[in-house]
Design a protein around this ligand. Sequence first.
Ligand code: ZN
Length: 175
Amino acid sequence: MTLRTILTLPEQVLRRKARPVDCFDMDLQTLIDDMIETMRAAPGVGLAAPQVGISDRVIVVEYAEPPEVPEGEEAPEVKPKLYVMINPEIVKASKETETGVEGCLSIPGLVGEVERFSTVQVKGLNRRGQPMKVKAEGWLARIFQHEIDHLNGVLYPDRATKVWKPEPEEEEDMV
Ligand code: ZN
C-alpha cells in the first residue's frame, strides 16, 4: 500500500463530477487500499477518490460511533467500522436535518457549519462489485453525505451557513 497525496483547493479535480466505476480490476483494488491507508494516516474519517486526484466514484469511510453512556461516565473504546463504497448514491433521506461542524482534508485550516440530513440510506457496490446498502445516522450520515458531495465536485463551504478558522482546541473529524 502506498500513501497518496491529498489534494487541496484550488485543484480542479476536486470540482469535477467523478466517473462511475464499471471495472473492478487490480487498479481499483490498489486505489481502495491506498485510500484506506491515506485516510488513516491523515488522520481522517472519510476520503473520496477525487481527493487523491482520481475522478472515480469511490469513497472510504471509517468511523466509530460513540456509545451512549450516562453523563460523567467514561465511554468504552469502540472499534471503528470501515466502509468501502463504489458508485454510492443516497436513496433515502430523513426529513429531519442536523446542523454540525465539519472540516475537510482538502480545505486545511477551516471548518464550517453545515446542515445535513439526520439519516440517510446509501446504496452502492462493494469492492468486488456486489450491491451493498448502508443505513447511517448522525455523524456517519454526515460523513457519507460529505464524501458523496466530493464525487459531484461539491465541497462543504458550498453548503455551509458559516466557515471559520478553528481555535487550536477546536478539533473536528476530517473528511
Ligand atoms: Zn472532504
